[in-house]
Design a protein around this ligand. Structure first.
Ligand code: GLU
Length: 507
């Protein structure tokens, strides 16, 4: 079998959508599983759509995801350069070859002429296609005398080179996910392959580079399936059919309700990111949120994406990157679109986050409190994290769920006050303070026995004491176990919060 070489070939036209990240992930998993090579190629031939910063964004995003490359624009390799704009000189000879063999031709029609035709067709409720049915009535090297064509080329007028789509042929694309896809050539148009400004279009550059870079499998999004018959023709006409890569077109990522392709707007509307990292549009300044900045872990993000379009027969949902590599195969990719579920994304993150070593969580929390000018020892942060880690879904939740470990509440939830603060509560809490002062050492077991004894002596229910006490310490009815919290926060601070609460609520 031929060596496996796959590529991710994004165009730097903006931030990388999570659908693109999934395409990169599947290529990566396949390359690693097969012991092959993975290449990052930047397809920037459409200069009109070039967006500054997009290429670096793509590299940074995949790096954050843990998707690594063997060759590519940022790591080099035997097929350098990996940026198409730097390979410009390469493509002309292949366009020429196609013209010489009669599979492509020069076309001189101006944009205005073609626009005019399009309008004309539209007015008859038809769609204009530059192709077998129309090309013989247009200004190209199939219709103009040879000398005239040469004269025009010599004079430097604007031209394009178009593929000459065959008439009445059925083109077959063998897709590893969809099986045999057959297309009537009459449905295709004579796509532009090359422009007189010296730039190839996507189709020519893509096929030439896949050939030169010895790509064995093209794994890409379903939106490229309509281009695949054209690519098959190009391989055939260039004499490369025997080394043509195998194709696998991945299903679309759908909106949460399944109605159509997942877009940035869905993310904005429903409040979840559709990009791996935060993106600031260089023109408009518009900011789009990213998974990283929203507090997702890359392993959770990868696990979630891997299952959108690929699955095993078993119910297993949690896969480390190594397990994914081990389990991945193209034939387990589905044909139908995968609904994106933002809640499931959170579910994965919660799982990965709560399973992280406490030390690592403490380091995240440290960064968060430092940003708020709060100081705490590592030991204290670890104690806090071990009490809240199960409640955390996104990284910022660490502080959200633990802020009361760092400062006394500034306000008290009125609903909770109304419910738990009775007329005899202050005197009860003042008595509790005496008990707390007597507990030696001030640690969990002693707190538990001391408070249990106090409640028994007073002949009250545990809740009668614990609910107002929690209000004093947290300000609401939320938070981890009261005794655990007291042991971590410490005697002085607990007593001072009780006193503060009594004063504030008595005002
Ligand atoms: N440049 C294309 C894109 O932006 C690549 C498609 C392909 O993988 O062939 O997605």
């Amino acid at each position: 079998m031929r060596d496996v070489r796959v590529r991710f070939a994004p165009s730097p036209t903006g931030p990388l959508h999570i659908g693109g990240v999934r395409t990169a992930l599947y290529n990566y998993l396949f390359a690693r599983k097969m012991g092959g090579k993975f290449i990052l190629r930047i397809e920037d031939t459409d200069q009109g759509r070039f967006v500054p910063g997009a290429e670096q964004y793509i590299i940074d995003s995949l790096d954050w995801c843990g998707i690594t490359f063997d060759e590519g624009v940022h790591v080099g390799g035997p097929h350098s350069p990996y940026r198409q704009s730097e390979r410009k000189e390469l493509y002309h000879q292949y366009a020429d070859q196609l013209v010489k063999s009669g599979h492509a031709y020069y076309a001189f029609d101006s944009t205005e002429e073609l626009d005019e035709l399009r309008k004309e067709y539209e007015s008859r409720k038809q769609t204009f296609q530059y192709g077998p049915a129309t090309r013989l009535g247009l200004r190209n090297s199939l219709t103009l005398p040879v000398e005239k064509v040469q004269e025009m080329l010599d004079s430097g007028v604007h031209y394009v080179i178009r593929i000459r789509i065959p008439e009445n042929e059925v083109i077959h694309v063998n897709d590893l996910i969809r099986g045999l896809v057959s297309v009537e050539s009459s449905l295709l148009d004579d796509k532009v392959l090359y422009k007189s400004d010296g730039m190839p279009t996507y189709h020519l550059a893509n096929v030439v580079d896949d050939y030169l870079m010895e790509i064995s499998h093209v794994i890409r999004g379903e939106e490229w399936l309509p281009s695949a018959p054209l690519h098959v023709l190009l391989y055939r006409y260039l004499g490369w059919e025997s080394v043509m890569p195998q194709f696998a077109h991945l299903p679309l990522l759908l909106k949460p309700d399944g109605n159509g392709k997942l877009s940035k707007r869905d993310g904005d509307r429903l409040g979840f990111p559709v990009f791996p990292l935060k993106w600031v549009d260089p023109k408009s300044g518009e900011v789009s949120s990213g998974y990283r900045e929203s507090g997702y872990l890359p392993d959770a993000f990868m696990n979630m994406l891997a299952l959108l379009g690929w699955h095993l027969d078993s119910d297993k949902e949690l896969f480390s990157m190594n397990e994914l590599v081990e389990a991945f195969s193209i034939d387990r990719c589905s044909k139908s679109g995968a609904k994106f579920d933002p809640e499931k994304a959170k579910w994965f993150n919660h799982h990965y986050l709560s399973a992280k070593p406490i030390k690592e969580l403490a380091s995240y929390l440290k960064t968060q409190i430092e940003g708020k000018n709060i100081e705490a020892s590592e030991e204290y942060l670890e104690q806090v994290c071990s009490l809240v880690h199960e409640r955390v879904v996104l990284i910022p939740d660490l502080y959200e769920q633990s802020h009361f470990f760092f400062h006394a509440p500034e306000t008290y939830d009125e609903k909770v006050v109304a419910k738990v603060w009775k007329t005899d509560t202050p005197s009860l809490l003042l008595e509790l303070i005496k008990v707390l002062q007597s507990i030696e050492p001030f640690m969990l077991v002693n707190l538990e026995s001391g408070i249990k004894q106090f409640v028994q002596d007073k002949e009250i229910g545990m809740g009668q004491l614990m609910n107002p006490l929690r209000l004093c310490v947290v300000g609401t009815s939320a938070g981890p176990g009261m005794m655990d919290m007291m042991a971590v926060i410490g005697r002085q601070e607990i007593i001072s919060r009780i006193n503060l609460c009594i004063i504030k609520l008595n005002q």
